[in-house]
Ligand binder design. Structure first.
Ligand code: PFF
Length: 463
């Protein structure tokens, strides 16, 4: 492939910074602000945070580089990128299945992600109306319970968020939206800092800090490892070929190690910042850290409700969270969207509506799992929401990530990888191979087996 042909048929990011912005837009979302704090709360605090940092920087970051480099090498939708690479290098066609599973994961994730994003839309309106002014912890709890207990209202917010997403991706204004990240993301960080300042002065900060960083091995279980690993994948938008499809539009002169390190660092800082903003409010108000998905929606209105200009700040915060959710949501559909456009020459808007309807249908299950079907479990212990979340985050993403790492390390020619990453020194090459070819895949495999079959450790699988 010569340099002049080295472009994607779908267009290119005009600079490496636009790629970083777009990838940060995809990475930073509800995963950082909503999910990370409630998973930390439910999994023992510091034990989860430390393992999350380890799985992010040792396992996920090399895989992020691998996904982007594979995308840039193939320059097409993930399915066609993998098809091109296996044909060029005479590898088995089975590798293409990874992209199919990635597309499936994208649709399943969007189906519930859009439900939670609908909550943010609702809270944006509620904050603006002043409904939380001077509110007590009990009322904040009750408001969330009453909201999620109402399937019609929840369904309406879900539909509104999905419709917005479909309109944006259908109109193809994605790139324009991504560049508005330039303003919205820093504003979101600024508001997180305001919340952090509020948390610091609230009296619960030292307890929150200890909860998040006072690590004790005894708190670590096999499920902590699996949940932290899944969260590392989820929050970096990894394992479902989303970053591969974004990688396809990266200019050939951009440094992959540099840009991916920036993406991982920003995303991790936002997660930690969100935790440090939320937990002081939890402790000072005697709330339950392990309460699950409602954590952010109970704690933050409480904080805003007691701040000067709280209604305005609260409105702005949930607006920015909704925006961060949209820039993530559009990236989830990118692998399937690019593939369907390439394969069937279909119009973007038609494909967007089809994907939206599919996500809506599956998402109804998640909507109902918070109310009418709250007692219904798919596998004996998980509601529909919890099951789809577990299946995608803890199984599909890590498995696809592992396979992509193996593909990159052992199936792509060394010269291709070296030139994509700009590696010239032999020792750096061996270090890279050690991580992407051995350490990361092995770690994922061990964590998956231990997390999914804990009986392996206790040797009572047959019992
Ligand atoms: N990384 C996003 C977040 O943390 O909110 C979620 C996400 C986006 C997951 C894109 C997967 C994906 F492909």
């Amino acid at each position: 492939m010569n340099q002049d042909e080295d472009v994607s048929p779908h267009g290119m990011w005009s600079s490496r910074w636009l790629f970083v912005l777009a990838a940060v837009g995809s990475a930073v979302g509800l995963g950082n602000i909503w999910k990370f704090p409630y998973l930390t709360g439910a999994n023992g605090g510091a034990a989860f945070v430390l393992i999350f940092l380890v799985t992010t920087f040792i396992v996920a970051v090399p895989m992020l580089m691998a996904e982007v480099l594979i995308g840039r090498q193939g320059r097409n939708s993930p399915v066609n990128t993998l098809r091109i690479l296996v044909q060029q290098h005479r590898r088995s066609g089975w590798w293409v299945l990874i992209a199919w599973f990635g597309m499936l994961a994208g649709i399943l994730i969007l189906s519930y992600y859009s439900v939670a994003a609908g909550w943010a839309l609702y809270y944006m309106v509620m904050m603006a109306s002043g409904a939380f002014d001077g509110v007590t912890a009990e009322v904040a709890n009750q408001t969330f319970a009453a909201f999620t207990g109402n399937p019609w209202l929840l369904g309406l917010c879900h539909v509104i968020f999905l419709t917005l997403t479909v309109i944006i991706i259908g109109k193809g204004v994605v790139r324009g939206l991504e560049s508005s990240n330039r303003w919205f993301m820093p504003l979101l960080f600024l508001l997180l800092l305001v919340l952090l300042g509020y948390g610091m002065m609230s009296g619960g900060f030292s307890e929150a800090f200890a909860f998040m960083f006072d690590f004790k091995w005894v708190d670590v279980t096999t499920s902590t490892w699996l949940t932290a690993l899944g969260q590392s994948f989820f929050t970096l938008s990894l394992g479902m070929c989303c970053m591969m499809s974004y990688g396809a539009y990266v200019p050939s002169n951009a440094s992959i190690p540099g840009t991916t390190a920036a993406i991982a660092l920003i995303s991790t800082l936002v997660s930690i910042g969100a935790g440090l903003a939320i937990f002081p409010i939890v402790f000072v108000n005697g709330l339950e850290p392990a309460q699950g998905p409602g954590l952010m929606f109970v704690t933050l209105p409480l904080a805003f409700g007691h701040m000067s200009f709280g209604a305005l700040f609260g409105f702005l915060f949930f607006l920015l969270v909704s925006f961060a959710a949209i820039t993530s949501a559009i990236s989830m559909t990118e692998p399937a969207l690019a593939y369907l456009v390439e394969e069937y020459n279909a119009s973007r808007s038609r494909v967007a509506v089809t994907l939206g309807v599919l996500c809506w249908m599956i998402g109804v299950g998640t909507v109902l799992s918070f109310n009418v079907l709250a007692d219904f479990t798919v596998d004996g212990s998980r509601t529909i929401f919890a099951f789809i979340d577990h299946l995608t985050q803890n199984i599909i993403l890590p498995v696809c990530g592992l396979l992509l790492a193996v593909f990159c390390a052992w199936r792509l020619p060394r010269l291709v990888v070296q030139s994509q990453l700009g590696i010239r020194s032999r020792s750096i090459w061996w270090l890279w191979q050690l991580f992407i070819g051995v350490v990361s895949p092995l770690a994922v495999a061990v964590i998956l087996v231990m997390g999914l079959f804990p009986c392996v450790l206790t040797q009572d699988c047959g019992a």
